[in-house]
Design a protein around this ligand. Structure first.
Ligand code: 6PG
Length: 235
């Protein structure tokens, strides 16, 4: 089985952000129409923040929307590296429920991963949407090479989140993480990847081409996924 991938390209980052925000808004509204609520995972990192700023302006009944980060760094709430803090600043004022995967009282990353999994077990599943970004090293969510790589990619299907210690630690945020598992990501009803820049495009194209044996985590995550994947890219 090959992954069904559709690339969407934009002339500039503004158009890109509008389009991604529009698609996410549509997915949220469809879930609210169907079920009265939406549960989505949003990518961490800096690239998607303009998307979130636009999305937050949409006329959505935000009280019906639950947002979890697709991954987070093992840092206290409020830390500049905290994904949930960045997402929460944008969506909590709109009335959405933004759920941290990390509690500041847990410092052991494996225990943090188990706690994150327990939090997600209490939510409607599968996710209505998983939005992923990607690092130039080809990681997505916080699925990285290291001692937890196999568990993140091939662990039990029921496992929604786990703790990981990337090896080597990524320079932009050299800390342990919690992440959605591959099983949680690929079970989502919609999967969108939003990236910018020539390098990330090159990496993602190579990763998809390589598939399950890719050197890049994202290639392994996407290999043989059954749902179509929309990739939105701008320079
Ligand atoms: C994380 C992310 C991660 C992110 C990439 C890209 O917490 O690290 O969720 O998967 O999407 O690291 O980050 P930038 O958008 O900042 O380049």
């Amino acid at each position: 089985m090959t992954t069904e991938v559709e690339w969407w390209e934009y002339d500039d980052a503004g158009e890109w952000a509008d389009a991604v925000a529009g698609d996410i808004g549509f997915i949220i509204e469809s879930a609210i129409d169907a079920r009265g609520a939406a549960v989505i995972a949003l990518a961490g990192g800096k690239t998607p923040l303009p998307v979130y700023e636009k999305l937050a302006q949409a006329k959505i009944d935000w009280k019906r929307v639950t947002i979890v980060p697709a991954d987070d760094r093992l840092v206290p709430l409020g830390d500049p590296l905290s994904n949930v803090t960045a997402i929460g600043k944008i969506f909590i004022p709109r009335g959405a429920r933004v759920i941290p995967l990390i509690s500041s009282t847990v410092s052991d990353y494996k225990a943090a991963g188990r706690a994150a999994d327990a939090i997600l077990q209490d939510h409607h599943w599968p996710l209505d949407l998983c939005l992923l970004g990607m690092g130039e090293d080809g990681h997505a969510a916080s699925i990285f090479p290291g001692p937890d790589y196999d568990e993140a990619l091939n662990g039990p299907k029921e496992r929604r989140a786990l703790g990981v210690m990337p090896d080597p630690l990524p320079a932009e945020a050299p800390v342990a993480r919690v992440t959605l598992s591959r099983a949680a990501i690929v079970s989502a009803r919609s999967l969108i990847i939003a990236i910018t820049g020539a390098k990330k495009r090159e990496v993602l194209e190579a990763a998809i081409e390589q598939g399950a044996s890719s050197n890049y985590p994202v290639g392994r995550i996407l290999a043989d996924v059954e749902l179509p994947v929309d990739i939105h890219w701008a320079e």
